[in-house]
Design a binder for this molecule. Structure first.
Ligand SMILES: Nc1ncnc2c1ncn2[C@@H]1O[C@H](COP(=O)(O)OP(=O)(O)OP(=O)(O)O)[C@@H](O)[C@H]1O
Ligand SMILES: [Mg+2]
Length: 266
């Protein structure tokens, strides 16, 4: 069995429409039968156009929204069947990094409070100097100078804010990280720095990761395997090189032709 298995996963939303005199309901099949497996220590790149269901799939894996049917099995445990109290505990094992670090960080919390709070989720008994040391180590790990720990998110650049968000995701020592378009909001010059940081951390810490992007070039650069999503389904998956250089699905070929590729420097 693989480390993370998605078994015929469906997430549907029902939407009301029409008028008061002729109400209409229709179902949005945002995730519509996804079966995927991800090995421990692997980066799976999930790519597809806007609205194809990438974020809904990641929120379903994270148990932030309930699956309509199917199962999410992490390390042999069916998360979809766990009671809410246990989900809350398990959630420390899987963390997210979002597109917009400014929106995902609390503007009223300093870097120190953000990171110490996240560390204490896993280690509630770490306090005082030991906690400060852990925050310093974490900041250094993501390339931030520990001297700026008393600053607020607005005092940082976009790239630095994403480093804080990455540090916060790492703080509870997760096993699985889902990064949902983590570089899309950044300047192109900063994108490759953050991509390289994510790649290095994933390797050093042996993390399992799902990296979401609409850009096949970015996903090819960072991922071991690529899954291509269209209309709530996976239309193609395989090794990153195979999908990028010899795409089989017509949709992947179109995606490849239409997306400008990011020039990355290792
Ligand atoms: N809470 C919700 N209620 C109703 N429909 C939703 C909800 N969340 C997402 N959807 C719909 O589900 C579909 C998939 O959306 P989703 O955000 O997962 O796509 P995405 O691939 O992440 O897109 P993007 O690249 O723009 O982030 C869209 O049609 C969206 O409008
Ligand atoms: Mg999205």
């Amino acid at each position: 069995m693989s480390y993370l298995e998605l078994q015929d996963l469906h997430t549907h939303f029902s939407q009301r429409g029409g008028t008061i005199f002729s109400p209409q309901h229709h179902t949005i099949r945002a995730v519509n039968g996804v079966t995927l497996s991800i090995e421990k220590g692997e980066i799976l790149g999930l790519v597809g156009e806007s609205g194809c269901g990438k974020s809904t799939l990641s929120r379903t894996i994270m148990q932030l929204i309930p699956a309509t049917s199917g199962a999410v099995v992490l390390d042999g445990e069916n998360l979809s069947a766990l009671p809410k109290s246990l989900i809350r505990k398990r959630r420390l094992d899987f963390q997210m990094i979002f597109q917009d670090p400014y929106a995902s960080l609390n503007p009223r919390m300093t870097v120190f409070s953000t990171l110490s709070e996240a560390i204490c989720q896993r280690h509630p008994n770490v306090k005082g100097n030991a906690l400060v040391e852990r925050v310093k180590t974490l900041m250094a790990t993501v390339g931030l100078d520990p001297k700026v720990m008393q600053k607020y998110p607005h005092e940082f650049s976009g790239g630095q804010r994403q480093r804080i968000a990455i540090a916060r995701a790492l703080a509870p020592e997760p096993k699985l990280i889902i990064a949902d378009e983590p570089v899309s909001a950044l300047d192109v010059s900063i994108q490759s720095q953050i991509l390289n940081l994510i790649k290095k951390l994933q390797k050093d810490l042996g993390l399992t990761m799902i990296f979401i992007s609409h850009d096949l070039g970015v996903v090819h650069y960072i991922a071991d395997r690529i899954a291509v999503m269209f209309g709530g389904q996976i239309v193609e998956s395989g090794s990153a090189d195979r999908v990028f250089h010899e795409p089989e699905a017509e949709y992947t070929k179109k995606l490849l032709a239409s997306i400008p590729q990011l020039k990355t420097t290792a």
